[in-house]
Design a protein around this ligand. Sequence first.
Ligand code: ZN
Ligand code: ZN
Length: 378
Amino acid sequence: MAGFDPYSTLGVGRDATPEEIKKAYRNLARKYHPDHNPNDPSAEEKFKDVKKAYDILSEPSRRQQFDNYGFTGDEQPGAGGFGGFGAEGFGFNFEDIFDTMFGDGFGRSGAQSRSRRGADVSINLSLTFEEAIFGTEKEVAARVLAACEECQGTGAKNGTERSQCSQCKGSGRIQTVQNTILGRIVQPRVCPKCNGTGTVILQPCPNCRGQGRVEATTRKKINIPAGVDTGTRLRVSGAGHAGSNGAPAGDLYILINAGKHEYFERKGQHIYLTVPIGLAQAAMGVELDVPTLKGKKRLKVPAGTASGTVFRFHGQGVPNLNRGGYGDQVVTVEIEVPKRLSPEQRDALRNYAKASGETVENIDNSLVNRLKKVFGRG
Ligand SMILES: [Zn+2]
Ligand SMILES: [Zn+2]
């Protein structure tokens, strides 16, 4: 059944109106209904195809999906090549579409009668740099299949109950008889009318068309713990798709994307910051007020600090989500060499150079001798 095309199955054009689709479906469904063709096994297959095609084309969102992705429900759940579907974490899990599409009969969904846990749903959530580190409360929205409130998820019209399946008399199985040259072969099969459950919905709930579940947007207030980061996945138990026939709901997964900061750089639990200092400050030492996540902190830069020296504020980083405790803030000092000098600065530096025996603004022949000393071959 690869390449299933609901349009050709119903014999309508790609631009068919909902009315034309409905009309084609009614005619073909009547023609191939198993009750009208008890001795033709192929009619049943055709009937199923017609129903499947109608399920796709009668639901605007599913018709759109088919038009966009050529998705037919023939692929196996979890198989690849399904890119783009359900992007952004919204939209439905494959299994659920599979489920709803393969309901059997005229809106009397046998598939729904099987008790089955709802699928998980996953959404993305963007946080600012600070929200991810300190935690926050957020309202998130997700598109899910929720239990239909009108029928409490049973799929049967309010007040009505499921009735015994007329085709299998409630056994869920039917016998097919084939006459072959070897004689009559009797084979038990799952009843196609009730999908083996033995019961059918005679009056489908109009709100969910007998599916027991409806598309809905759920909103939830979520406590985001302090210390989450890009890639952190939070699980909200039971907030995914509703289960069918009283089975538990799936879970909602929230995938975090944490924003960046103008000065701070975060790597896991540690916060990195580069602080510029002057030449004289590096040579003579200085105390600086350095910004941290929790306000300013005093940093003593000792005399004779080289550019690139690293200082650590222990426990001033990001809280650890799992183990407790905090990371560090790592401060790197970088000496800023002035690009332009005022006359006063120039004089001062000339005096400094003279006092330390450095040649400036001319060729310095002493470099070779100094390097020899460094490498111990002077
Ligand atoms: Zn309902
Ligand atoms: Zn049955």
